[in-house]
Design a protein around this ligand. Sequence first.
Ligand code: ADP
Ligand code: MG
Length: 239
Amino acid sequence: MSYPTVELSSVRKTFGPTVALGGCNLTAYAGEVHAIIGGNGSGKSTLAKVISGVLIPDSGQVSILGKSATSPHEARQLGISNVFQEVLVADECSVLDNLYLGADGLLGSSMNREEKEAKAAELMRELLGFDIDLSGLVGELPLSVKQWVTIARALLTDPKVLILDESSAALDFDSTERLFRKMRQLKQRGASILIVTHRIAELVRIADRATVLRDGVDVGRLAKEEITEARILELIAGA
Ligand code: ADP
Ligand code: MG
């Protein structure tokens, strides 16, 4: 039986007069892909940032494997990796340096530079389908490869919870398939994957569970067999 990894209860987050999350609940389980679905501005990215310690809720509880995090660093220590919707890379740094940015203390102390390089090269090859120069500057890469750098960076720390916020937006079909294969491997290791995507056909295929948001409130919780395009559209529209 699978256990909860991330649990949110009655989470509220406002930005001035804007209520981004208005009492939101969600439970994600180990070994499952959990889709977060909703229209533009429904609070999906805010939810992702609250789970990853980037935003602190005004009220409500966020539990990560029974613990709470009050900073992105703490959340990462608890096993959360968030691939943000904004493709956040340091253009002036090398691919390798970008991949290990902020990973101090998360990889075990035993890895030297050669081992780090080998691990990064293998992962990038697996994700991209070809080799890239790890010493090259990220600023010179096309957007799709930059997106892979952010995904690979999240994967290198072997997360217990991986959050993908529209992370396939710049990826083509073959790349998305490689991402899905990686997600299945993570699931088998007992990780949770929280996925935000506008591509409904994609998530009908991949999601084991879904939470539908409308105006920052969870208006639907769907089990695998209930995740259909028609049901999702109905919930988003408020029918
Ligand atoms: P989604 O990812 O579902 O499109 P968001 O979580 O990004 O939605 O945004 C939810 C609401 O909160 C929107 O109305 C958005 O404009 C607002 N919002 C999000 N982040 C900020 C911010 N940093 N400052 C002010 N308003 C914000
Ligand atoms: Mg968003």
